[in-house]
Write a new protein. Sequence first.
Length: 105
Amino acid sequence: MNDIVNRIASGQATLLGIEDICTRLGISRTTFDRWVRNGGGKAGPLTGAQLARGGIIGSVVQDFSANSTEGNIKFPPPDIRIGNSPKWEMETFKRWLTENAQPGK
């Protein structure tokens, strides 16, 4: 835990929240929550605004899981929680993306 705290404090860690990840992948919050649960983690509760929008973060440009069986996708638990906000380091996200991305057809 001290390692990530030190990286954050020194400006060496880039942290991504749920909205950041959903936007980058073009997926819904519901899909992301399912991937985190599949990976054994918990992303956190939906806010009132997200519930009013049906859990969708931004417009869904493309479904990242189009080339995958969605039930098999596992997203790692957050690297750290700051207050009630789960956060993932950019390196965790890149590693996951490298392991899970498939070439388009």
